[in-house]
Design a binder for this molecule. Structure first.
Ligand code: 6PG
Length: 251
């Protein structure tokens, strides 16, 4: 990444607040340049906190924003574990993003069909943008304590591309089986993550400290610490972290 910034805030709430104003600044710039903004959301508690702050800030550009999802669980949209449901409850019910501009993974179709439809929607975006891969103006990501990001978990075959840096004609969206969770997940691929113009990674909590040290340390391995692939993002990359994640819980 051109500039990998680490933005430190002292509490989880101030991490969300710091990131939220920057999210809106990126969306404003995208709309000024291109008349629309493509924002990809993630699941998890930390992204949810950011969504709530976003919903509370004055911003009159939501009607020009397209909302995508970096990943999704294989559950119905109304299920408690659905990232789509979380986004609707924390942000989309409070801001006027037009329905056709909310790009939900159609999990009711099953993993294969949901992934191929999302891949087709992302290919359409890339075509409209006249780019070889779909470029989110801002990709919001969280990171797990195992250094997973989106639904790219340690050992995932998708990371092989990241490991040798060769982007074969990989899809932009796919369904992956996550053995450690004994479930399927839907996720954008490293090719799509790399195509993002700006990536914000939200990492909060002492339980993330070991993973963050690995990912920000010397020569991390993307296969065992998937968030490592974010270093390859050619666009702007910012890590929004709290003290516990960056320095570890005291004592
Ligand atoms: C998901 C997310 C996942 C999440 C991280 C961080 O679907 O859960 O894609 O990557 O962002 O696990 O989640 P927390 O902020 O809740 O720790």
């Amino acid at each position: 990444a051109r500039g990998a910034l680490i933005r430190l805030a002292s509490t989880p709430e101030s991490v969300a607040a710091a990131a939220a104003s920057e999210v809106l600044a990126v969306l404003e710039a995208a709309m000024a340049w291109r008349g629309e903004a493509h924002l990809a959301l993630s699941g998890g508690r930390t992204p949810a906190a950011l969504h709530r702050v976003l919903a509370s800030l004055p911003f009159d550009g939501w009607s020009h924003v397209h909302v995508w999802f970096g990943d999704e669980r294989m559950v119905a949209p109304a299920h408690a574990d659905s990232n789509y449901r979380m986004a609707r409850e924390t942000l989309l019910s409070a801001v006027p993003v037009p329905e056709p501009q909310v790009h939900r993974w159609e999990t009711e179709l099953g993993p294969g069909e949901a992934a191929s439809r999302y891949d087709a929607a992302l290919r359409d975006l890339a075509t409209r943008q006249e780019r070889s891969a779909p470029a989110f103006d801002l990709l919001l990501l969280g990171m797990g304590a195992d250094a997973h990001t989106a639904s790219l978990f340690p050992g995932s075959p998708l990371l092989a591309d990241a490991a040798d840096g060769v982007d074969r004609a990989a899809p932009f969206a796919t369904a992956v089986e996550v053995p450690t969770l004994n479930t399927w997940r839907l996720t954008v691929t490293p090719a799509t993550i790399r195509a993002a113009r700006t990536v914000f990674v939200l990492v909060v909590g002492g339980d993330k400290h070991a993973a963050l040290r690995r990912v920000l340390g010397a020569s991390p391995d993307p296969l065992e610490a998937p968030a490592t692939l974010l270093h390859d993002v050619p666009g702007d990359l910012a890590w929004y972290v709290d003290r516990a994640a960056l320095f570890g819980k005291p004592g």
